[in-house]
Write a protein that binds this ligand. Structure first.
Ligand SMILES: O=c1ccn([C@@H]2O[C@H](COP(=O)(O)OP(=O)(O)O)[C@@H](O)[C@H]2O)c(=O)[nH]1
Ligand SMILES: O=C(O)[C@@H](COP(=O)(O)O)O[C@H]1O[C@H](CO)[C@@H](O)[C@H](O)[C@H]1O
Length: 325
């Protein structure tokens, strides 16, 4: 792990418990705060999430100024359930109609900027189970405490819970198999970000509105790479939110998601390559595992060598002759 990354990890990693609600209320001042939930067919979970935010962070404590659910072409009762729970609901395709209609989560999040008023915007997936308001207070903490911080990613344990299947640490499959390797190879300064694809994060509007939003599932990787490019590593923080349980897609669906992540990585490498020669890929892979007092950080060398065609090896011809004689 690069020394700058180790330093960043120490300086810019905190836990939700480090940011109590009263501290945030005292720091809020006239800062407006929006919570955005992109939601496609999330009627089973969106109401509970919105209800917790509405009760604990709007009614009981005036921290959050608005809860906006972006209905992303749902075919179920997502919009009605979200509205009944207290959210303002907008249809993704009704926002900025002159800009046309693109698809996916990134489109929903990009359009959310046009229908929210917050100086700070918190993004929360609408398929979470066991959501607590500490997700939001944790993500807001660094932003309300330090003007140098402009973007905060959640990190958490990610079990894979699918019907009878329950694998601790088995979630975040695209993160572990695609995004983390790509980031370590090409953006090693971001190797300390424990959950680069996590759907819970927050940012300052003044930064977010300067960033392109990749549509589909490339949005998280695109934003992380572009925040790093535009604002630098020290503008990024991460907060341990504990545990994240969400609805899991099929492996086939995650194949499409992985492809979008790779396309996003390619687009940023291609942009970078137009400005300066691309660096050689790094060959250290940093991985994280929860342990009792934090995270076990493992750095492994994933470098590969390469042998030439055997036909070019002098001894090969001689060995073949002796074998065949
Ligand atoms: O076209 C889409 C796809 C997804 N989502 C939402 O984005 C979040 C994350 O999507 P998903 O759960 O499909 O991804 P996963 O968490 O499985 O990676 C969820 O709130 C989805 O409802 C969305 O708003 N529009
Ligand atoms: O992190 C991941 O590997 C994927 C899939 O998670 P699981 O293997 O289903 O737990 O989930 C994330 O990736 C998406 C693409 O960035 C985000 O949009 C989702 O919010 C996030 O859950």
């Amino acid at each position: 792990m690069l020394p700058e990354v180790a330093k960043w990890l120490r300086r810019r990693t905190s836990a939700a418990a480090d940011w109590p609600l009263q501290t945030l209320l005292a720091a809020k001042g006239d800062t407006r705060i929006s919570v955005v939930l992109p939601a496609r067919d999330e009627e089973a979970t969106v109401g509970t999430i919105v209800g917790v935010i509405q009760r604990e962070l709007v009614e009981q404590a005036p921290l959050v100024d608005e809860i906006v659910v972006v209905d992303s072409r749902s075919s179920d009762r997502t919009a009605a359930v979200a509205a009944e729970a207290g959210a303002e609901v907008v249809c993704q395709d009704d926002v900025l109609p002159a800009e046309g209609r693109m698809s996916g989560k990134g489109e929903a999040l990009w359009k959310s900027l046009a229908v929210t008023t917050g100086d700070l915007i918190v993004f929360i997936d609408a398929d979470l189970r066991g959501f607590t308001s500490s997700y939001i207070t944790g993500l807001l903490g660094p932003l309300l405490a330090d003007p140098q911080i402009a973007y905060v990613k959640g990190c958490y344990d990610r079990p894979l819970i699918n019907g009878e299947t329950r694998v601790e640490g088995g979630g975040g499959r695209v993160t572990e198999l695609v995004a983390r390797p790509l980031i370590n190879l090409h953006w090693p300064m971001l190797a300390g970000v424990m959950q680069p694809l996590g759907g819970e994060y927050a940012g300052r509007r003044e930064l977010l509105e300067q960033l392109p939003f990749v549509t589909g599932y490339g949005v998280e990787l695109g934003l992380l790479l572009d925040v790093f490019r535009l604002a630098g590593l020290d503008a990024i923080a991460q907060v341990d939110l504990g545990r994240r349980v969400h609805s899991h897609q099929t492996t086939e669906a995650l194949g499409a998601m992985s492809s979008q992540i790779m396309l996003t990585a390619w687009s940023r490498l291609e942009q970078h390559g137009r400005m300066m020669p691309l660096e050689e890929p790094a060959t250290a892979l940093t991985q994280f595992r929860r342990v009792s007092d934090g995270h076990d950080i493992r750095v492994s060398d994933i470098g590969v060598g390469e042998r030439p065609p055997m036909a070019e090896i002098t001894e090969y011809a001689a060995s073949r002759r002796s074998l065949l004689s």
